[in-house]
Design a protein around this ligand. Structure first.
Ligand code: ARG
Length: 275
């Protein structure tokens, strides 16, 4: 009761100035009603291709979960906006920003110059590199060994780009899939000899699908270092600033490391954290 009284008197004081300026009939109504509710937080629509565990995937309940999801969730909390994740196919995902269908994208998206021409990226939030998935008994030991083999990739990814460079634009040995899990299924079925995709995803798959009898082959010298960024529509400096600030905040207060450790077993190496 005391608190309510204090609140009321606080409101009364606050209302004094506007009430005085308002028409004579207004003050009674204004005094009786509750103070205006703050505007509801803005709900931003986040596009993600949720077939890329552990970064984004759908659980048994159909909820979109993963490292990226938690990072963006934590950033949103700091920045004071709400987010709604929408499963969005990788092919065409970048167009959804320009069309205004999505406000931001988080999808293990590697920042590169080509993409920077059509969208803006946050500061990097994750370091990655391509990794080769093959059957356990494969003789593949380095990227160049894929030259005479059939290779599966997810269309339009940096893995696709690397393999296209190695095998040539017109190569019929490259099998492109709309998702990385589909490419890995084809590896299991024997339709391709290898799959090239982001290290985190390949390691996750090899670890969680022991029955597939895959192994991961690293060739750090053959693949460029990659960094993931959160994408916004080109020119949306306001949202980008909020995201970068939120990202810096969750790095500073340990939230980022907590999420990282949850998904990767240990906090990021010092070099990764600094980038
Ligand atoms: N990092 C790679 C790229 O940017 C692959 C990302 C694929 N992400 C996904 N959610 N399917 O091309």
């Amino acid at each position: 009761l005391l608190l309510a009284g204090m609140l009321l008197s606080a409101c009364g004081k606050k209302d004094e100035a506007p009430a005085a300026a308002a028409p004579a009939s207004a003050p009674a109504v204004a005094a009786a009603s509750a103070p205006p509710a703050p505007p509801p937080p803005k709900v931003l629509t986040v596009g993600t291709d949720a077939a890329y565990a552990p970064f984004e995937s759908q659980n048994e309940k159909g909820e979109i979960v993963g490292f990226d999801i938690e990072v963006v969730g934590a950033i949103a909390k700091k920045a004071g906006f709400e987010v709604k994740f929408v499963n969005t196919p990788w092919e065409g995902i970048f167009n959804t920003l320009g069309q205004g269908d999505r406000d931001l994208l988080v999808s293990a998206i590697t920042i590169n110059d080509e993409r920077k021409q059509t969208m803006d990226f946050s500061d990097p939030y994750f370091n990655a590199q391509q990794l080769i998935a093959v059957k356990e008994n494969s003789k593949v030991a380095k990227f160049a060994d894929l030259k005479k083999l059939k290779v599966g990739v997810q269309t339009g990814t940096t893995g696709d780009e690397a393999v296209t460079k190695l095998l040539g634009k017109t190569s019929t040995a490259i099998k492109r899939f709309e998702s990385t899990p589909l490419a890995l299924k084809e590896l299991e079925a024997g339709g391709v000899d290898a799959v090239v995709a982001d290290n985190g995803v390949v390691i996750n798959y090899v670890t969680n699908n022991a029955g597939s009898k895959f192994k991961a082959v690293a060739d750090p010298a053959a693949f460029a270092a990659e960094q993931y960024g959160i994408a916004v529509k080109k020119g949306n400096a306001e949202l980008l600033g909020q995201i970068n600030k939120g990202l810096a905040d969750i790095r500073a207060d340990g939230t980022y490391d907590q999420i990282y450790t949850k998904y990767f077993g240990a906090p990021p190496a010092a070099a990764a954290a600094a980038s």
